[in-house]
Design a binder for this molecule. Structure first.
Ligand SMILES: [Zn+2]
Length: 69
């Protein structure tokens, strides 16, 4: 894991988020609390981690909050 990549706490429940890697080597982010996750998956490589982290850390819309609730 790259220590420089910081994931904000989940915007829905405030729990920690973490990177997951699928069996077929794709990377995404999931919340350890409410299991909220990104629909976006990228190939498992270092650049993908920073791209995903930027998405995760950006404010989510009210629409997305409603869908996850
Ligand atoms: Zn959450």
């Amino acid at each position: 894991m790259n220590e420089e990549i910081k994931l904000n706490d989940c915007q829905l429940c405030g729990a920690e988020a973490e990177f997951k890697i699928s069996d077929d080597d794709f990377l995404w982010i999931v919340c350890t609390g409410c299991q909220a996750n990104m629909s976006c998956r990228l190939p498992s490589e270092e650049l993908s981690m920073s791209v995903l982290a930027r998405f995760w850390n950006s404010p989510i819309s009210e629409e997305e909050k409603g869908r996850a609730a």
